[in-house]
Design a protein. Structure first.
Lengths: 490, 345
């Protein structure tokens, strides 16, 4: 067993008696500085749990998630299988000071992204000034020429943004990627809190946690703020692909929290350049659409002609300024993994500020220098395809076999522009209930920012945890789970 | 007067918006839950009935009620307990099985999750998952009665939670419309089949066998004790059919279903200004008048089967008129309908 105390004072006792975090920054047990009293209190309370008790509560929580239908659905030919996102009862905790830093950083980043999108769909100054290669933006599959010259209300393109953040071995916060299209997971943030307070009331008792309940209200206000001008009482709706979408639960959750109708494409109709929904009392106007549908499926007249999910004529109504779509069309160019590499420069360019949250060092394989470096250090780097999400198609050099590296080298050389590389970050860990007991598992954090007239960041965010030992991939599609995120108000 | 659930519309001045699709799914959710309950009752009573040896073709009658002869005999040679119960409880290939209906109810409930209460959804979620997991052991005859009781109770729990938690606006009225359309349809099917399988009984009207069979019919509609209380002494095909068709106090009688149906459609118009429902309302009025102005003797004399057939047809037309009024088909292309397993039409 390693030494029982760490630089931060945690006593390995009770539940944590065998807990070991080699050299990682542990958000609960090894913060490498003296934690605030409230965090020490949580640590103390947790250590008094015994394993069977914790397992019994974990079982109750999972059964409840299943019964409440807080699930994502996997459809096969024969059946629909409901799966829950595994939920871990040990919270991911941020101190007030840490949150202040993260919140300012996220707000800065979202502001810069909105400036960037306005610019590339209008004057294109940043391209003309040579800050970022024009080809990278204009040749990007997610760049939408349909958006050129369109003045979106308030200059807001990204109304809802998710910023994926990790901490390195020193506990430094780093942005891993931006999600500026239709980031998901916020429903779990709120449901996890509800579940936590039900199942672990003794852990949270008396603590001053920043609340997460106002998300729906904030979102609805923001969407009303960016509704087309002159509409007195704008009708907001949430546009979902429907019950067969794996994120349908979240769509339901958000529609309910906002108190707006959840519509599908077939519920909407465009007449005379205006959008209406089909109600039992006839057609009713719609002014603001929170869409959980990708650009490609929005309007078969403009994008994918085979889309049955979208609304014919929607883009025309949008371009006439009769309806607001959130997020705007064409935001995917801003969360592209290659554009990500330029984000520090984008922030400096528009805001004349230094980035509050750093990027992970990124090498762009489209550039000769970046490619050469990546090839020379393949066994030390994480290499990611720029167009993929969900943790697919990437290779983690130190974990790969020689054969895997050789095969990947061929793929990389065949299409270098499709890849970026980053050093392997020694991701921070959190104590997590596993089969063998409470063990250290890697975590990340996705705070959600809502932008109407101003930007508000939901305290905390989605904490994802890689449940497999040593795994760095936290995505739910790759065996990840989630934790409640606690922001200590004091 | 007979009690009826009366609720004022929300008084805060805002008229809640109801998507056409939600209204449609609400009707189907109510219908499917009602249908499961009726089917569970029918299987339960048939089992008792057959076990007591009072009939020879007990299991066959369920197939007749659902007009499933063709589908059933394409897959099974004989209507035995095992084949019929399997066909109507767990067989997902049969759209009229409890497993299929529960699946359809679930899909509609999923679509309605933004609208219905969390408690409604949670119960439906657990219930339909339970039904999905039913296997051959659950439907063995030693377990069958307990299973039917459980299914019935789950449906009643659904009704209770809905009554206690579903917000009272148009959606509630559409829910009542669905429930009463289905209940009315089911009671006419029950009378139709039972009347004809029982009437030609050689033992003759009033015999022991005959009475026990009518008792079973009443029990399957949960009407036995009410009937005993209201119509003491006389149990004839006529009095039983009359009770199930025309008694205004019995919650599952045709006349009660029609009255509540009329009430709900009427309130769509008076409370929510939804005037398009008038065609359906008129048709229901005609149905009620036709039922009211005839005695059960008249009906039997003129042909009970023809009358029941006509009622079923009219109820289908009511559903069609409601659809036309509140979710008219879009000009091309037509929208795919919400999940349905309706095949009785």
């Amino acid at each position: 067993m390693s030494d029982l105390t760490d630089r931060g004072t945690a006593q390995r006792a009770g539940l944590f008696v065998a807990y070991d975090t080699p050299d990682f920054f542990c958000e609960l047990m090894n913060r490498k500085d003296a934690p605030p009293d409230s965090l020490a209190l949580v640590r103390e309370r947790l250590s008094r749990f015994d394993l069977p008790e914790l397992r019994q509560r974990a079982g109750a929580a999972e059964a409840e998630l299943y019964n409440l239908g807080i699930t994502f659905t996997v459809y096969t030919d024969r059946d629909a299988i409901d799966r829950i996102l595994p939920f871990d009862l040990i919270p991911h905790i941020l101190t007030a000071a840490e949150w202040d830093h993260v919140e300012r950083g996220v707000r800065q980043r979202v502001t810069a992204i909105n400036h960037f999108l306005w610019d590339i769909y209008h004057e294109k100054r940043i391209l003309k000034d040579g800050i970022i290669p024009a080809e990278l933006v204009l040749g990007n599959p997610n760049y939408r020429p349909e958006m050129e010259g369109l003045d979106v209300p308030g200059g807001v393109y990204v109304h809802i943004n998710g910023t994926d953040i990790v901490r390195d071995g020193d506990g430094r916060f780093l942005v891993l990627e931006d999600n500026a299209r239709t980031p998901s997971g916020v429903s779990y943030v709120i449901e996890n809190r509800h579940m936590m307070l039900r199942v672990m009331p003794d852990l949270a008792a008396g603590l001053d946690l920043m609340p997460v309940d106002e998300y729906g209200l904030r979102l609805r206000h923001a969407l009303a703020e960016v509704a087309p001008q002159g509409v007195m009482d704008p009708q907001v709706v949430l546009l979902s692909p429907g019950i067969y979408n794996s994120a349908y639960f979240e769509h339901v959750f958000l529609a309910r929290e906002m108190g707006v109708p959840l519509v599908e494409g077939r519920d909407l109709v465009v007449e005379g350049g205006r959008v209406y929904m089909r109600t039992v009392a006839g057609l009713r106007p719609v002014h603001s659409i929170y869409r959980r549908l990708n650009d490609d499926f929005l309007d078969p007249q403009v994008f994918n002609p085979d889309s049955m999910l979208g609304v014919p004529g929607l883009v025309d109504a949008y371009r006439r300024g009769n309806v607001t779509i959130a997020n705007a069309i064409g935001t995917g160019v801003a969360d592209d993994k290659a554009v990500y590499a330029y984000m520090p420069r984008i922030i400096r360019y528009y805001l004349s500020e230094e980035p509050i949250l750093s990027n992970v060092d990124t090498h762009i394989c489209a550039e000769a220098e970046g490619l050469a470096y990546t090839l020379a250090n393949l066994d030390k780097l994480v290499v990611k395809p720029v167009g993929e999400s969900g943790g697919y198609g990437l290779i983690i050099g130190p974990h790969a076999t020689r054969t895997e590296l050789d095969e990947f080298r061929v793929k990389l050389l065949a299409d270098p522009a499709n890849y970026i590389s980053q050093p392997v970050i020694s991701l921070s860990v959190c104590p997590t209930l596993c089969d063998a007991g409470v063990e250290a598992r890697h975590v990340d954090l996705r705070p959600f920012a809502v932008t109407g007239r101003s930007t508000w960041v939901l305290p905390g965010g989605l904490s994802r945890v890689a449940l497999r030992k040593g795994s760095l991939v936290v995505n739910s599609s790759q065996g990840g789970g989630s934790k409640d995120t606690w922001v200590l108000a004091s | 007067m007979n009690p009826i659930i009366v609720d004022a519309p929300p008084a805060d001045g805002t008229m809640p918006i109801l998507l056409s699709r939600y209204a449609e799914c609400t009707i189907w959710l109510a219908r499917y839950m009602e249908r499961i309950e009726n089917l569970a009752r029918l299987i339960d009573v048939t089992e008792t009935f057959v076990r007591s040896g009072s009939t020879v073709n007990g299991w066959q009658s369920i197939i007749q009620i659902n007009a499933d002869e063709e589908r059933f005999f394409a897959r099974h040679a004989v209507a035995t307990e095992e084949s019929v119960v399997g066909f109507y409880v767990t067989d997902r290939e049969n759209p009229n099985s409890i497993a299929s209906i529960a699946h359809a109810a679930r899909e509609n409930a999923r679509a309605l999750r933004p609208l219905i209460s969390t408690e409604m959804w949670t119960q439906l979620n657990i219930f339909t998952n339970t039904v999905r997991a039913l296997g051959t052991t659950d439907i063995r005859s030693s377990n069958l009665s307990a299973l039917c009781a459980r299914l019935k109770q789950e449906c009643q729990t659904h009704h209770g939670i809905t009554e206690g938690t579903f917000y009272r606006d148009q959606a509630w009225l559409f829910y009542l419309i669905g429930r009463n359309l289905e209940r009315g349809d089911q009671i006419t099917r029950l009378i139709d089949i039972k009347y004809h399988t029982l009437l030609p009984s050689v033992a003759g009207v009033g015999s022991e066998v005959d009475i026990s069979q009518w008792t079973a019919v009443l029990r399957s509609a949960a009407a036995y004790h009410a009937f005993r209380r209201v119509v003491p002494g006389e149990m004839t095909p006529g009095t039983v059919a009359g009770f199930l068709l025309k008694n205004d106090g019995f919650p599952r009688s045709l006349s009660t279903c029609l009255r509540q149906l009329h009430w709900a459609v009427g309130h769509l118009r008076t409370d929510y200004g939804l005037k398009h429902g008038y065609a359906a309302a008129e048709r229901i009025e005609e149905l009620r008048a036709t039922l009211a102005e005839q005695t059960v003797k008249d009906i039997i004399l003129r042909g009970l089967h023809e009358f029941l057939d006509w009622v079923q047809r009219e109820l289908r037309l009511v559903q069609g008129e409601i659809a036309q009024a509140f979710w008219p088909p879009m000009e091309p292309p037509p929208a795919p309908a919400p999940a349905q397993s309706q095949s009785q039409a």
